[in-house]
Structures are given as structure tokens and as C-alpha cells.
Design a protein around this ligand. Structure first.
Ligand code: FAD
Length: 554
């Protein structure tokens, strides 16, 4: 049996099957083994055999109309065995509407319409693209980076979160559940109190590291290459990433920084359904992977994790201060540090953060809750997406909201998805009163809104998606903000009563300019932001044009 990852094609029509197999072989046989099956049942048997042998399955392309089992049913079942394998539906042109519906419901990756001639235009680009995404997540069995620690340790959570956000494939092993983990830790001579530990493929070991040490060990750059930049972008969410792409492509010496990893809130989304150009939705990590590659290819520097703690203006230049004391010098700054969730005020929450209480989607944690009972707090789109993602693993997902419905806070498509998912339970007019447990979340007290009597229920985790606040503390005092801390720009800035006190230029501020000339803001950090990936990306792109205008004035 070959060690190459497998591309499987399934069709009950022998001629079509032979044609797809021939085309795939002609293009992919050097790196992938091409397998075929004539029915859904045959394909499932082959998938289970592959799993039993420890082989990797990269993609399944299946015809939709097959007797016995529809393609979409087969592809839904494949996901349970190989969650990261890319799944593509092959469909006749006349059935595309039905295919798109099926794709939405079963969260497939793509559809291909028959005929796919010429394959150079209609087959290989799609398959190449999907395989790139698969390869980015792929970690061969028993190879690569391993992280060993305790599931309920906040330190382990921090490293998992960092590796997942940085798009570094790794294997997580829980020391309390996994015999292999114990064996590996003993063989490496690592004491229990030194966990979590990272074991690298070359045999080297990093005990209880900070994310920054992990980044250094992985060879991520953490030092700026130039003394002076045209544009320093603080925050690598969609706004910052877009500015990095446009800044570099339009000739600005551009540096992008993030205190965590590129991606921002969008990077933590399991599926963004409404971003232009991705009809089947796109995961936040996939969008981030593409954006970083694009920004770097065009010449932007990307440094993470590096936290910015301050900024000031001196001698016509802006100085950006890093948490480690270093300073960067630049002609313009973009503040794109977005928003973060506020700490949930219920009793006990602070004690369990990272030990069963997680903020945002915590995509890296979801698999650890397979078969468990978890709570999602919040009624916005991010909570809806988080619940849908968790429902793939957890036995029960309870969504708690204070209102008596979701329709004012969540998009209709997500409400419908939640209604159709049997293991998601919506609990309206409910709030979290207390979190309890011994070293980890074990019980949560829930109360009806306006009623004092709380009911204690068993839960293994609580994912919080409420109470956002702008991350604008690092900006100089001269940058005007609204009462919640969101940054004022352009016209909103001119409407502020404090504007005449701080703005001393003989011109009006540019549209996304703050009250400090040459310091711009884009995305969720701005007062009046749209809180959408597309609007953040649009504003990030606009800033580059405005930075050029500003530089021409100085
Ligand atoms: C789970 C989830 C799902 C979502 N789904 C959708 C969706 O389907 N469609 C949609 O349109 N929108 C969606 N959104 C909203 C969308 O993601 C945000 O509107 C968008 O990410 C805002 O982008 P941004 O660049 O302004 O900031 P952010 O994405 O918030 O990024 C800010 C970045 O700045 C960094 N940073 C903060 N402070 C500092 C500092 N001091 N130094 C250095 N770096 C710093 C952070 O680490 C972060 O990476 C979702 C949000 C969430 C949380």
C-alpha cells in the first residue's frame, strides 16, 4: 500500500468514473494515490480500510446521483472519519441549484459540474486550491510537532491557541487520557510540572514555553528589517491584512504586527459564509492563510507575536512601542486592533478561564469536547457560528441568550442552521449566574432573566461570545475616542466637541484619519464600524490610498 495521501473519486457511471480517474492521475499521481469506487457503500468501505491502515485521505470527489446512497450522504459520512478531507460533489449542470443547497446543508467544500473539460481550466485549479488548504492542515500520523499537556491547563490552552491561530499543524495529546503521551514525556525526561511540552520532529523539546518562544523556535521572524517604514499596521485581522496587501503592492514599505497571530476575530471563525467570492463559505484560517501568503509575496513584513503598548509622534515621525521595549519608526500608522470579548461577570468565571471557560470560538478546543455538554453564551453571529462548530463534536450545545429570540442579533441563515441541528438547544431569557468545579468547569448555575432562583446543571465548558470592547488603549492620548473607546475618524471626528482642541492642521482630516495626522484607523476599532470581514477589508485597502495622500502633503 502506498504512503501517498489518497484522492478518491466515486461514481456509479463507469465511463465518468474512468474519465475523472484518468484526468486526476495525469495531474496528481506523483504526490497522491488515486482510488475509485462505483458506489457510496463501496467508497465507505474503502474509507474505513484506509483509516484502519493509518493512511491519509486528502479528498473525495463524489457524484451526487447514485443509487443506494446520494453523493451528499456519502460525503457527510466521510467527514466523521476524516474531518479535514476536502469533499467535492460532482453534479450535472441542470442540478446545480440542488447541489448548492446540499453544499450549504452538509458544509461541503465545492461542487464540480459535468463535463469538466478542459480540465486545465475547470478541474485542476479547483482541486489544486482545495489540496493547498488540506496540505496546510495535514500532519502525517506519528510525525511532526506534538503538544502534550493537561486539557484543563490554561498554559496548554494558550499554546494550542497560538499554534492553531498561527496555522501550524500539531498533534495534541492529553497526558491524563493518552498512554502515548505518558510514554513520550517519560522518554523525553520531562517532569509533570514542566508541562505543557512541545516535542519537535528533530527530537528537540520546549518545556512550558511562552508563545513567543514557540514562534522563535519555529523560525517566525520577530525583528523588523528596516529602520523606517512608510506604514506600520498594528493588528493583523482582516483590516490589517488587507492594508498589508495593498500597502506592499502600491509601493509602501509596509510592516504588519500582531500580538497573537494574524487572522484576528475572523481567523477564529469556523465558517464565514458572506465574504464575496467564496460561494461555499470559507474558514477563517483558510482566509488568513491566503491573505498572509498574498501580503508576504507582495513584500510586506509580518511579525507575530509582538504586542504594541504605545505610540507617539516625534520629529514628524511616528514611533510605535513594543511590549519588549523596542521601538519602530514610521511615517504613517494604521490602528486595526479590532475588538476583544469582555470578561464575563458571573462568579467563578475568572478562576476557570482556559480551564473550561473560553472566549470566542476557541476552534482549537472544540475537538476536546467530543461527546461532552457545552454552553455557548451570546446571540450574535459569532455565537451562532461557534455553536455550529462545537455541535460537530459535542454531545449537546446549549446556547444561552438573555432575549426571548435571536432574530434581532443573528443572521437568518444561522438561525435556520441552528434550528436544523438536533444537538443544539436554544435557551432564551436565560443567563449564567455562576461557574463551579474542581480545577475545571463542571457545573454552571443558570437563571431565568428576572428570576432569582438559579438551576445548577452539569457542563464541561462555557464559550463566551458577548460584550466586546475596542482594543484602543495603546493609541496616544491625542487620538479621540467615543465614550466606549472606539476611535473617531473623518467626519465623526469633526463632529466631536473636542475636535477643534486637538486638530491643528490647515486641512480637514482624511476619511479614515484619526485626530493625530497620519494615524489612521480601520475595521472594528472604529466608531460606527460595520463589524464585517468585508467592510474591514475595504477600509484596510482604503487606508493605503489615504496614506499616500497624507505622505504627499507632508
Ligand atoms: C467567531 C466570529 C465569527 C465571525 N463571523 C463573521 C462572518 O461570518 N462574516 C463577517 O462578515 N464577519 C464575521 N465576524 C466579524 C469579523 O470577524 C470582524 O468584523 C473582523 O474580524 C474585524 O476585523 P479587524 O481587522 O477590524 O479586527 P480583528 O479581527 O479584531 O483583529 C484585530 C487584531 O489586532 C490584534 N491586536 C489587538 N491589540 C493589539 C496590540 N496591542 N498589539 C498588536 N496586535 C494587537 C489582535 O490580536 C487581532 O489579531 C465574526 C467574528 C467572530 C469573532
Amino acid at each position: 500500500m502506498t504512503n501517498k495521501p489518497v484522492l478518491m473519486v466515486v461514481d456509479d457511471d463507469p465511463q465518468v468514473l474512468a474519465a475523472v480517474r484518468r484526468d486526476l492521475r495525469s495531474h496528481y499521481r506523483d504526490h497522491y494515490a488515486i482510488m475509485s469506487a462505483g458506489s457510496g457503500a463501496e467508497a465507505l468501505t474503502a474509507v474505513n480500510e484506509l483509516k484502519a491502515r493509518g493512511s491519509s485521505l486528502a479528498m473525495v470527489i463524489s457524484d451526487q446521483r447514485m443509487p443506494g446512497m446520494l453523493g451528499v450522504e456519502l460525503l457527510t459520512q466521510v467527514r466523521a472519519t476524516y474531518p479535514t478531507a476536502r469533499r467535492v460533489l460532482l453534479t450535472a449542470y441542470s442540478e446545480i441549484d440542488a447541489a448548492v443547497r446540499a453544499i450549504n446543508e452538509a458544509h461541503l467544500d465545492h461542487y464540480l459540474s459535468k463535463p469538466w473539460d478542459p480540465p486545465d481550466e475547470r478541474l485542476f485549479p479547483v482541486v489544486d486550491d482545495l489540496l493547498d488548504g488540506w496540505l496546510a492542515e495535514y500532519l502525517p500520523e506519528a510525525k511532526g510537532l506534538r503538544l502534550i499537556g493537561h486539557q484543563w491547563s490554561p498554559r496548554s490552552h494558550a499554546i494550542k491557541d497560538f499554534l492553531a491561530s498561527s496555522l501550524v499543524p500539531y498533534r495534541w495529546l492529553d497526558i491524563t487520557r493518552d498512554a502515548e503521551a505518558r510514554r513520550l514525556v517519560e522518554a523525553a525526561g520531562v517532569a509533570e510540572h514542566d508541562l505543557p511540552v512541545l516535542l519537535f520532529e528533530d527530537g528537540s523539546v520546549l518545556c512550558n514555553p511562552e508563545p513567543r518562544q514557540v514562534a522563535e523556535r519555529l523560525g517566525h521572524p520577530l525583528s523588523a528589517a528596516f529602520e523606517v517604514y512608510d506604514l506600520v499596521i498594528v493588528g493583523a485581522g482582516p483590516a490589517g491584512l488587507a492594508a498589508a496587501v495593498y500597502g506592499a503592492s502600491e509601493g509602501l514599505q509596509t510592516l504588519l504586527l500582531d500580538r497573537h497571530a494574524p487572522g484576528g476575530q475572523a481567523g477564529s471563525s469556523s465558517r464565514i459564509e458572506n465574504y464575496l467570492g467564496f460561494p461555499n463559505g470559507v474558514s477563517g484560517s483558510e482566509l488568513t492563510r491566503r491573505a498572509i501568503a498574498q501580503a508576504q509575496r507582495l513584500g510586506s513584513e509580518v511579525l507575530a507575536p509582538l504586542e504594541v503598548t504605545g505610540a507617539f509622534v516625534e520629529g514628524g515621525y511616528k514611533h510605535v512601542t513594543l511590549a519588549d521595549g523596542r521601538e519602530l519608526v514610521t511615517r504613517t500608522v494604521l490602528a486595526s486592533t479590532g475588538m476583544a470579548y469582555r470578561e464575563h461577570p458571573a462568579a467563578g468565571v475568572a478562576d476557570f478561564t482556559g480551564a473550561g471557560v473560553y472566549y470566542g470560538a476557541a476552534v482549537a478546543e472544540a475537538p476536546a469536547f467530543a461527546g461532552r455538554r457545552v454552553l455557548v453564551v451570546g446571540g450574535g453571529n459569532s455565537a451562532g457560528q461557534g455553536a455550529m462548530h462545537l455541535a460537530r463534536y459535542a454531545e449537546e450545545v446549549h446556547v444561552v441568550v438573555r432575549r426571548d429570540h435571536l432574530r434581532d442579533t443573528m443572521s437568518q441563515y444561522l438561525i435556520e442552521q441552528i434550528q436544523k441541528t438536533p444537538n443544539i438547544h436554544l435557551r432564551t431569557r436565560t443567563e449564567v449566574e455562576r461557574v463551579e468545579g474542581d480545577g475545571r468547569v463542571e457545573r454552571i448555575a443558570l437563571a431565568c432573566v428576572g428570576d432569582d432562583s438559579a438551576r445548577v446543571e452539569a457542563f464541561d465548558a462555557m464559550f463566551v461570545f458577548i460584550g466586546t470592547r475596542p482594543q484602543s488603549e495603546w493609541l496616544p492620548a491625542g487620538v479621540l475616542r467615543d465614550e466606549k473607546g472606539f476611535v473617531l475618524t473623518g467626519r465623526d471626528l469633526m463632529a466631536s466637541p473636542d475636535f477643534p482642541k486637538v486638530w491643528k492642521e490647515p486641512r480637514e482630516p482624511l476619511p479614515l484619519e484619526t485626530s493625530v495626522p497620519g494615524v489612521f484607523a480601520a475595521g472594528d476599532i472604529r466608531g460606527g464600524a460595520m463589524n464585517r470581514v468585508a467592510s474591514a477589508v475595504g477600509e484596510g485597502a482604503m487606508v493605503v490610498r489615504l496614506a499616500h495622500e497624507y505622505l504627499a502633503l507632508t
